[in-house]
Structure formats: structure tokens, C-alpha cells
Design a protein around this ligand. Structure first.
Ligand code: ATP
Ligand code: MG
Length: 369
């Protein structure tokens, strides 16, 4: 595991949490890709999702596709279903079992293999959650306060008041990553400030509680995909809980309906300009990603045919791309017991790993009695 520790890099080490350069992270990601291909066994991936609804195309191109690719390159993976974190922006976690099981189905459908990737739920891993307490002692309130992603989520929150859980969840996420000594976190752009905080927590813990041997935690890296921020049908970040997403498991008709209702603009000629025309560019990018093409080329091809033609192209591209994933999902959905087995086995394994890490943490903190 010591080898994992030298993934510490200069990229982002001294960057304040509210000014993380996506381009720096992208450069670093390209560098990491080379190392992963060369030595997949040196990496351990932690990623996850909140069970707040079905997974969508933003997830797919932002992170899911990377998770499967890394798994298939031979990188060990941990995949957390962050059920406690549902409560960051709402009072009650609704339809929790349905959403948790739905996430597992989505994972299986896109090619996550539960024998190679441990799928588990937050609330079933007490030792992971206990790490939050020492970690909170390592961060300042000011640091938590200036996290740009948390600010954005507070703006979209369903709650009138900001809960302590919302405010502190980036530290909780550090526990998610570090409980299994994850050193590679394939994420979308919104997660960069959180990975930065995790890096600080790992370094501070290692400095504050030196051990005789190797430091307890690796300093993890974010791995950005080529589409770190896919926009939804309203032109803002595609999100499960914002009603602007195209779910992986949606039917072809539902997909057509969602895309028909997408926001475009008054300019009839289709171009790819993400800054000036986010709505249109989001749609063009969706088609391009599904077809594995360059978005400029897709836009040029549609050109004067306008928004209706663009939407037809996107609908076709998305439905064709998702058809095999949807078929596999339907197949897995026929055996609900398999989903529960996957979760039971994943939770058991995650608990063993978390117990061992907590033991190391308590030893380093001299709190083993
Ligand atoms: P919610 O609205 O409930 O927060 P979400 O759609 O933002 O849901 P999360 O579970 O918060 O999804 O995020 C899971 C992972 O997917 C994170 O790594 C995040 O960066 C990535 N992700 C989510 N939405 C997008 C998107 N639109 N584009 C790229 N990546 C995304
Ligand atoms: Mg989110």
C-alpha cells in the first residue's frame, strides 16, 4: 500500500478550495491515465452516488464510463451508495430502497462487476462513519464555508435552513474515500473541491499522527473524464434531483419526450458554442458523446435544419446508445434477489476494510485501550 502514497502531486496541492482549475485537473488526469495503464495494481478507486433517483447520462459520461474502464484495466474499485448524504438537502430520504436497488441495477447494466468492484451502502459501514469525527477536527469552519459546490447545492436545496450535514458532507466524503485508502477518484467537475479537501485531510492526519512505519492515508487524485459537466434539458448541470435529467433506464419514448422539452434558443442555425449557447451546446454534446463524434462536426451537419432536427438527432443517438444498457438492466431487474446479494456481499467486504482502517487510525491516535 505504501506505493499508493507517492501519487501525491503538485497539481492542486496549494490551490484554495474555491479556485480549483478544471484545466489543471484535466492535465493531471491525462498524466494519471498513463500511469494507470502502466501499473493498474497501484491504484484503488473510490466513487459513488447519492440514491436520490435513477442514474442519468451526466453520470454515464461524467464518471460511470470511467469506472467501468478502470475496472476493466484491472484497478480495484469501491463503489459507495451514499444513503446518509441524501439527507444533506432534504428532510427525509424518500423511496430509498427503490433508489438504492435501482443504482445497483444501473451499475450492473453498464458493466460494473461486483466481483471486482465492491458495491456498498454508507449506513451499513459504522467504522467508515466513525472516521468523520477525527476528520472534522482537521478542517476549519472557514474552509467548509467556502466550498463552491456546497454553495451551489445550498442554492438548489429543498430546505429553508442549511443543516450541519450539508455543511460537513465534504469531510464525510473524505471518510468515504480514505476508509478504503482510495487514491483515485473518477468524478465530475463538481467534486473537485471535495477531493481537494480529502487531500488536505489525508496530509493533515498523516502529519498530526505520525506512525513508526508508513503514513496511514494516501493522498488521492481526482480523475476527470472528457465530459466533466454535462448539462441537463434546462441548460444547467444535469442532476437527478433537478428534473432535468435523461435517466439511463428511461424508455425510448420517455427519452424522446424529455429531449423535445429541452430548452434551446432563438437562433435557428445550430452551432456548438458552450459559453454563448449552453442549451443548444448541451444537446449537441449529448449526441456527439453517444455517437463518439466531435461536437463541432455534429453541429455543422445539422446547421440550418434548426432545433427540431437537432432534437431528433439527439433522441436517435441517445436511444441507440442506451438500447443495450437498457436491455441488460431489464434482464437484471428480473432477479431482485441478485441485487440484494450484491449489496450484502459488498457491505460485508467494506466493513472488513473499514474496521481495519479504523484500527490503524485509533492506533495512530493512541486511542486503543
Ligand atoms: P443530485 O442532484 O441528487 O445531487 P447528481 O445527479 O448530482 O444527483 P450525484 O450522486 O451527486 O448525482 O453525483 C454522482 C457522481 O456523478 C459525481 O461524481 C458527479 O461528479 C457525477 N455527475 C453528476 N452529474 C453530472 C453531470 N451532469 N456531468 C458530469 N458528471 C456528473
Ligand atoms: Mg450531486
Amino acid at each position: 500500500m505504501n506505493d499508493l502514497l507517492d501519487t501525491t502531486t503538485t497539481a492542486g496541492t496549494s490551490t484554495p478550495t474555491d479556485a480549483i482549475g478544471t484545466s489543471a485537473a484535466q492535465l493531471r488526469s491525462a498524466e494519471l491515465e498513463k500511469r494507470i495503464r502502466h501499473e493498474p495494481g497501484r491504484f484503488r478507486v473510490l466513487t459513488g452516488d447519492r440514491p436520490t433517483g435513477p442514474l442519468h447520462l451526466g453520470h454515464y459520461f461524467g464518471t460511470l464510463h470511467n469506472r467501468v474502464r478502470l475496472q476493466d484495466l484491472g484497478v480495484e474499485g469501491f463503489l459507495i451508495i451514499a444513503d446518509y448524504q441524501v439527507l444533506t438537502d432534504r428532510d427525509v430520504a424518500e423511496r430509498l430502497v427503490e433508489y438504492v436497488e435501482g443504482l445497483v441495477l444501473d451499475y450492473l447494466a453498464i458493466g460494473i462487476d461486483p466481483d471486482r468492484t465492491t458495491i456498498f451502502t454508507h449506513s451499513a459501514i459504522p467504522a467508515l462513519n466513525q472516521l468523520l469525527l477525527p476528520f472534522l477536527s482537521l478542517v476549519s469552519v472557514a474552509e467548509l464555508n467556502r466550498n463552491p459546490t456546497v454553495k451551489d447545492e445550498i442554492a438548489h436545496s429543498r430546505q429553508a435552513a442549511v443543516s450541519g450535514l450539508m455543511f460537513t458532507y465534504p469531510a464525510h466524503q473524505a471518510a468515504d474515500i480514505l476508509f478504503c485508502k482510495g487514491n483515485l477518484v473518477p468524478v465530475g467537475q463538481d467534486q473537485l473541491p471535495h477531493v481537494e479537501l480529502t487531500r488536505s485531510i489525508a496530509r493533515r492526519f498523516n502529519d498530526r499522527y505520525p506512525t513508526d512505519g508508513r503514513p496511514v492515508f494516501p493522498v488521492p487524485d481526482a480523475l476527470l473524464s472528457a465530459a466533466p459537466l454535462l448539462l441537463g434539458t434546462d441548460g444547467t448541470k444535469m442532476s437527478k434531483s433537478r428534473g432535468n435529467a435523461i435517466p439511463l433506464g428511461a424508455s425510448a419514448d420517455e427519452t424522446a419526450r424529455l429531449i423535445r422539452a429541452a430548452r434551446t434558443d432563438a437562433d435557428r442555425h445550430i452551432t456548438y458554442d458552450p459559453v454563448a449557447r449552453p442549451g443548444v451546446a448541451g444537446l449537441v454534446l449529448l449526441a456527439a458523446l453517444c455517437q463518439g463524434r466531435d461536437p463541432h462536426e455534429v453541429a455543422e451537419e445539422i446547421g440550418a435544419a434548426g432545433a427540431a432536427a437537432l432534437k431528433r438527432t439527439v433522441t436517435e443517438a441517445v436511444n441507440e446508445f442506451l438500447a443495450p444498457i437498457r436491455a441488460r438492466r431489464a434482464e437484471f431487474a428480473r432477479d431482485p434477489e441478485q441485487v440484494r446479494r450484491v449489496l450484502r456481499a459488498g457491505n460485508e467486504r467494506a466493513n472488513a476494510v473499514a474496521d481495519e482502517t479504523l484500527r490503524e487510525v485509533r492506533t495512530a491516535m493512541r486511542s486503543m485501550y
